[in-house]
Write a protein that binds this ligand. Sequence first.
Ligand code: OSB
Ligand code: MG
Length: 369
Amino acid sequence: MFTIEAAELLVVRLPLKFRFETSFGVQTEKVVPLLVLHGGGVQGVSEGTMEFAPMYREETIAGALHLLREVFLPRVLGRPFANPEALHDALGSFRGNRMARAMVEMAAWDLWARQLGVPLGQLLGGRKDTVEVGVSLGIQPDEAATVDVVRRHVEQGYRRIKLKIKPGWDVQPVRAVREAFPDIRLTVDANSAYTLADTGRLRALDAFGLTYIEQPLAWDDLVDHAELQGRLSTPLCLDESVASAQDARKGLALGSGGVVNVKVARVGGHAEARRVHDVAQAFGAPVWCGGMLESGIGRAHNIHLSTLPNFTLPGDTSSASRYWEKDVIEEALEATDGLMPVPQGPGTGVTLDREFVSRVAEVQEEFRA
Ligand code: OSB
Ligand code: MG
């Protein structure tokens, strides 16, 4: 049993060290909502991965703050729960808004794991000490810059390179990178920028030995992805269009793809992420852990989730120092030779840098049972 005695909602703004261009547009900073839950003398912390505008999925930071303040926190504060899954069920009657609900669920997993004195990954059923990681590289100004940024990350040992693509920026950069690096594990991510009318362009990518093509079609589509998959030899990987284990089952049963990108917050938290992992495993489909440019808090959650056995492809959880001059946690989360060590100790094993966070926070609110 655990009871959430108090909660803190914090919002910090972090400048990104690189310009991140995708088919959505350009990103140069990250607004990070953090939730701290207190209970039994310890605290659990989570990060929201929704954004200012509903570009990736439908959720927004403003919407999440409203729901946490007015709906979700009042529902869970002061109530005893047998485990984080019971807390998840208490929020289960609400529709959508999985990233906002995941903030409560993920912080509860961290709190619960700390109360039990067990690393989060172990509590979820994971067994690894390190997890394999790759990088997600934004759209570059030209082919030379693309090959250059790939070279720098290959030299750092990342186990997979993912290139962001969009119509008009796809075959050329992929060909240039494949010619320069014939043997690397290479993938592309379109963030829903194509339609079935682009089938010819996407088929041209079959020539480059990509491990998968991530989310080429609409964010809420499974049917057209199945049609496209029938016309391509490269496996499709579903990201945006899997919000639950049921979505994963439907997508894999329809043949909408052969690989699933699991983002813990997108599907509503660790319990549902584990169910997505299990469904994919039953279909013989590998999964990998996606990223949303997280601060150290979300990054640590991703690393622990990635210790489950069917995470057999490298994830997007690259070194925190790629993203931030100053992270919100005290520990460094750094990959060596493409291997990210799983933080040791109870829960996520990372510690909020309170001094830094209270200095830069734009929102700092407390809630009591
Ligand atoms: O589609 O995987 C995506 C970042 C923001 C929104 C969507 C995506 C991404 C990334 C970056 O690819 C992954 C990372 O480095 O965290
Ligand atoms: Mg993606």
